[in-house]
Design a protein around this ligand. Structure first.
Ligand code: COA
Length: 249
């Protein structure tokens, strides 16, 4: 079976490509663990100056693997999904995302922690946590209302409404929306490679300054959300919704 996370080096750029096309790049525990390890290594390595996270030109990710949510739900902050998200939060190097097609659940949430986000205009972003009997995760209950205002964020987080890549760029969830998946991937790579020519220390300090004011509050919110999310995963509401997806055919 090919590696579900494809890791590529191009000079100082490390690309992590989600590669599980038969399951729309849904993320398993093993994939989170691999992503966490790669991000931590990139953070430590003096040879890496930026990380690009992408899927294919057709699909970014359908979010957490739903079978995993039922069979091996994360139970605490020591679970692979938390390791991944915390390594993303802690990464001192710029992280760039290229998004086309579906970006569901954590596929949208993780974008809120990247530095540059290039999407196709017709990308489909959605955080259907309530629809699955769950709740927002990894700081989205803090970041989205601040970015969009409570009333708009409520549409996304309390109704689980989806939105396009074009809208994501208008709201500032994405840096830029491009005409196709290929164009989004190409633009993300082009911008990620620019860090090669920039003074690495100055970039690192600048990112740190941008993230510092909210760092502690964000951690606190992530822990609160995480405790509720893991509890919700075992709730009758969530178990019914998650099994509904598995048995939908
Ligand atoms: N976990 C596990 N498997 C998933 C998955 C997920 N999150 N999302 C998709 N898949 C699987 C499907 O079960 C299907 O597998 P099968 O062919 O063995 O039955 C395959 O991927 C293709 O999915 P399908 O739904 O047929 O593709 P689509 O193009 O019609 O729709 C999505 C794509 C992403 C819109 C849709 O699959 C979806 O809504 N997935 C669930 C997203 C979700 O709720 N994620 C969790 C958020 S917390």
């Amino acid at each position: 079976m090919p590696d579900a996370i494809h890791v590529e080096r191009e000079g100082g750029l490390l690309t992590l490509r989600l590669n599980r096309p038969d399951k729309k790049n849904a993320l398993t525990r093993a994939m989170y663990a691999q992503l966490a390890e790669a991000l931590s290594e990139a953070d430590q390595s003096p040879e890496i100056n930026a990380v690009l996270i992408t899927g294919s030109a057709e699909c970014f990710t359908a979010g957490n693997d739903i079978a995993d949510f039922i069979e091996q739900p994360p139970s605490n902050l020591d679970s692979p999904v938390f390791h991944f998200m915390l390594s993303l939060l802690d990464c001192r190097k710029p992280v760039i995302a290229a998004v086309a097609g579906a970006a569901v659940g954590i596929g949208t949430t993780l974008l809120l922690h990247c530095d540059l986000v290039y999407v196709s205009r017709d990308a489909r972003l959605r955080m259907p946590f309530v629809n699955l009997g769950l709740c927002p995760e990894f700081g989205s209950s803090l970041i989205l209302p601040r970015l969009l205002g409570h009333a708009k964020a409520a549409e996304l987080l309390l109704l689980g409404e989806g939105f396009s890549g074009e809208q994501a760029a208008v709201w500032g969830v994405a840096t830029e929306a491009l005409g196709s998946g290929e164009a989004a991937l190409a633009k993300a790579r082009e911008m990620a490679l620019r860090f090669e020519a920039l003074p690495a220390e100055a970039v690192r300090i600048s990112k740190q300054l941008m993230k510092a004011p909210d760092r502690e509050l964000l951690r606190k919110v992530i822990e609160e959300e995480g405790a509720l999310f893991t509890e919700r995963l075992r709730s009758p509401e969530a178990l019914a919704a998650l099994s509904g997806f598995i048995n939908r055919r």
